[in-house]
Design a protein around this ligand. Structure first.
Ligand code: PGA
Length: 240
């Protein structure tokens, strides 16, 4: 599969049993499964082909940080990818660009691949600030990488996720996404960096995004929890 599909299960499912069943159903090469922390081991043991990802990680390696989980600990569990700066983390948990930057850097330090999420809110879009917001999130989000070398940039994934499209059923227009993806690549100056789209991707619209050569894959939330729908999305990605 040339495209990458990130399954972000958020705070679902409720039980280990459901989690493992969902992991088996989604276990294909090119898929990255990001379950809640308590289920990482169970999912890691269930997977044969898909990779394991975490939905977040703290930026310190160890120490007195109640409730936090470090990238190093995750790496030891078999995690390979870390979602950093998801809009729900920014909005609900108050994560700033500066914190996201530390998380991206800590993930790279631990040998993990960060998936840096960027995207404008509805209000920012209405004010014509989309480009400015995304440029700021990228600039600050990547600012703590040791030397921002091409090698480091090549090893990360940027997820363009307009906030208004997440969980709303109101996906971006693929042609608008392509424009943003081009902008992100030119901003980074690294044509080979992977850029994916997220926000209400489902079985109906997945192909519209995935068939664009500029878009390297999708970050799927709600639809990744529905076994047969996610399998349809995987089949679409495998066909392309
Ligand atoms: P959604 O979530 O597919 O449910 O919109 C996407 C995401 O987690 O960013």
């Amino acid at each position: 599969m040339k495209k990458i599909l990130i399954a972000n299960w958020k705070m679902n499912p409720a039980t280990v049993r459901e989690t493992v069943a969902l992991a088996h159903a989604s276990d294909r090469k090119g898929v990255v499964i990001c379950p809640p922390f308590p289920f990482l081991s169970a999912v890691g043991n269930a997977l044969r082909h898909a990779a394991l990802g975490a939905q977040d990680a703290f930026f310190e390696d160890r120490g007195a940080f109640t409730g936090a989980v470090s990238p190093i600990q995750l790496k030891r569990l078999g995690v390979r990818y870390i979602i950093a700066g998801h809009s729900e983390r920014r909005r609900v948990f108050g994560e700033t660009d500066a914190m996201v930057a530390k998380k991206v850097a800590a993930s790279v330090r631990a040998g993990l691949i960060p998936i840096l999420c960027v995207g404008e809110t509805k209000e920012e879009r209405a004010r014509g600030q989309t480009q400015k917001v995304v440029e700021r999130q990228l600039k600050i989000g990547l600012s703590k990488l040791i030397n921002s070398s091409t090698h480091e940039l090549m090893n990360l994934i940027i997820a363009y996720e307009p906030v208004w499209a997440i969980g709303t059923g109101n996906a971006d227009k693929p042609e608008d996404t392509v424009r943003m993806v081009r902008l992100i690549r030119s901003e980074l100056g690294t044509p080979s960096v992977k850029v994916i789209y997220g926000g209400s991707v489902n079985a109906e619209n997945a192909e519209l995004f995935l068939r664009q050569k500029e878009i390297d894959g999708a970050l799927v939330g709600g639809a990744s929890l529905r076994k047969s729908e996610f399998r349809t999305i995987i089949r679409i990605a495998e066909r392309l």
